[in-house]
Design a protein around this ligand. Sequence first.
Ligand SMILES: Cc1cc2nc3c(=O)[nH]c(=O)nc-3n(C[C@H](O)[C@H](O)[C@H](O)COP(=O)(O)OP(=O)(O)OC[C@H]3O[C@@H](n4cnc5c(N)ncnc54)[C@H](O)[C@@H]3O)c2cc1C
Length: 307
Amino acid sequence: MLRWLLLRAAGSRRLAELSASSPAARRVVDRYIAGDTLAAGLRVARELAASGMSLTLDHVGEYVTSTEQAEQAAQVYRDLLRQVTAEALPAGISVKPTQLGLLLDPERCDKLVDDLAQEAAEAGAHVTLDMEDHTVTEATVALVERVHADGVTNVGCAIQAALHRTPEDVRRLTRLGASVRLCKGAYAEPEHLAWQRRVDVDRAYLEAARYLVREADHPRFATHDHRLVAAIKREAAAVGRPRDSYEFQMLYGVRPEMQRALVGDGYRLCVYVPFGTEWFPYFTRRLAERPANLAFFLRALTSGEQR
Ligand SMILES: Cc1cc2nc3c(=O)[nH]c(=O)nc-3n(C[C@H](O)[C@H](O)[C@H](O)COP(=O)(O)OP(=O)(O)OC[C@H]3O[C@@H](n4cnc5c(N)ncnc54)[C@H](O)[C@@H]3O)c2cc1C
């Protein structure tokens, strides 16, 4: 219930403004967000790259309400990719289709993804479409299929273990040769579409991961769950899969010690680095993942410290 309420609060502008105006709350936000600007995102990216991690950078934003906003978002990604090329950073991008106007002008959204993917290809980078709530799952998978049909193959998407449709989506994308980022799923989804109990989501994750370990070219396992990480390592070792043929992905600010340990043990670790001013919905999902975070954040918000 708490998780559901929090995820509903993600769209609250008032709450977003309140969070931004409290320095104490902002310190909690800063644990998860690299900063408001592209320069801040790149600064964090350089630091992480220096410690052997690769990156996927997210210019936070979603559900834009005008095509101008979609064009502006695409421009930030273009600037980012140019910088990635110039500095030879081991970085790709993570993009939300609704940030590129999927729900406003799907054809233009396809074109923007296509252009970004070509720009990314020049940087040797991968484009991952983040998976948003279930209302756009089919449209997102279909978008990956369309750009692949155009010969643009460095585009994949996230798939959420929580959804009942996931085994089929994982097969569909793997047959296409599109890279899958497997995650548990950060959205509150209805019972007829998604597993509700953690234990069921974890089981579904493991089943999909087993398939990907065996069948996919370069699967990306996005989780901080140490039991799943251990199980994936075991599965990969059992089928003789080299450590550099798959990767773990984790969010900036979440379990950094585990991130460092994976790199130290010779595994590939890609850190998801969000930056930008529209961080509130992203941040709310991080709070919903861990109730302890919420208590901490509420204490900061009500500490009375205001700008
Ligand atoms: C790289 C990456 C990309 C993602 N992309 C998407 C996407 O496109 N679509 C989507 O729906 N979801 C996405 N997610 C979020 C994902 O679906 C989960 O909501 C999130 O990762 C928490 O699940 P978990 O696998 O880490 O397991 P959990 O069981 O939730 O967490 C395992 C442990 O990790 C730590 N942990 C997890 N989350 C937090 C947190 N917020 N703060 C502090 N500690 C935490 C805790 O110690 C927890 O016990 C992504 C996650 C990652 C890592």
